[in-house]
Write a protein that binds this ligand. Structure first.
Ligand code: IMP
Length: 176
């Protein structure tokens, strides 16, 4: 059990399981992009760990960049993306894979996707470590999903509760 600020969290998915699953998805990406050099675009802040482990597991050459988006305050989504910053790279005619830590309502991802599509990439796929299918409110295709999880708040492995918990190696889930 972990206490972060006022909340208690229980062990949920171990670091070992996370790495194993990332390895499986990396093998799919290796195969699909064998003749290409995709740009992996991490959505900050939560994706920094999953993106690092994903590029470690991949054997194809990739480029790495980050976007910054913020739509969440403490335990609840604010329902709208406040800002999208970053993206220095020219992604026109390049294969792009968005890398997310978690897709909850899908609001963030939908807006990121729309913005990136305007830059006319050759292809645009989505990788997310976690997905809460019950919370999804948008029409979205997720190409690589690590784990489908219940509609509950999780921390660790890059994901935070009110700024804390990102450094935990395992994932923890809010105690009911
Ligand atoms: P969405 O726009 O509702 O899909 O929210 C996506 C963003 O909200 C993610 O990139 C996370 O930063 C944050 N988020 C959603 N669910 C959780 C959670 O369970 N723990 C921590 N952050 C979360």
């Amino acid at each position: 059990m972990k206490k972060i600020k006022d909340k208690y969290f229980e062990p949920f998915i171990s670091h070992q399981k996370i790495l194993h699953r990332i390895g499986e998805l990396a093998a799919e990406i290796d195969k699909k992009y064998a003749q290409q050099t995709p740009i992996l675009l991490g959505v900050l802040n939560g994706s920094f760990r999953v993106l690092a482990d994903l590029v470690t597991a991949l054997t194809i050459p990739v480029e790495v960049s980050f976007l910054r988006v913020s739509s969440y305050e403490a335990l609840q989504t604010t329902g709208q993306v406040k800002e999208i910053l970053g993206l220095e790279e020219d992604i026109q005619s390049r294969p792009v894979i968005i890398v997310e830590d978690i897709v909850d309502t899908g609001t963030t991802l939908l807006q990121v996707r729309e913005q990136l599509l305007r830059a006319q990439p050759a292809s645009l796929e989505v990788f997310t470590l976690l997905h809460k299918p019950e919370a999804l409110q948008k029409e979205l295709t997720l190409d690589y999903v690590g784990f489908n999880i219940p509609n509950a708040f999780v921390v660790g492995y890059g994901l935070d509760y009110d700024g804390l918990g990102r450094s935990l190696n395992d994932l923890f889930i809010l105690k009911a």
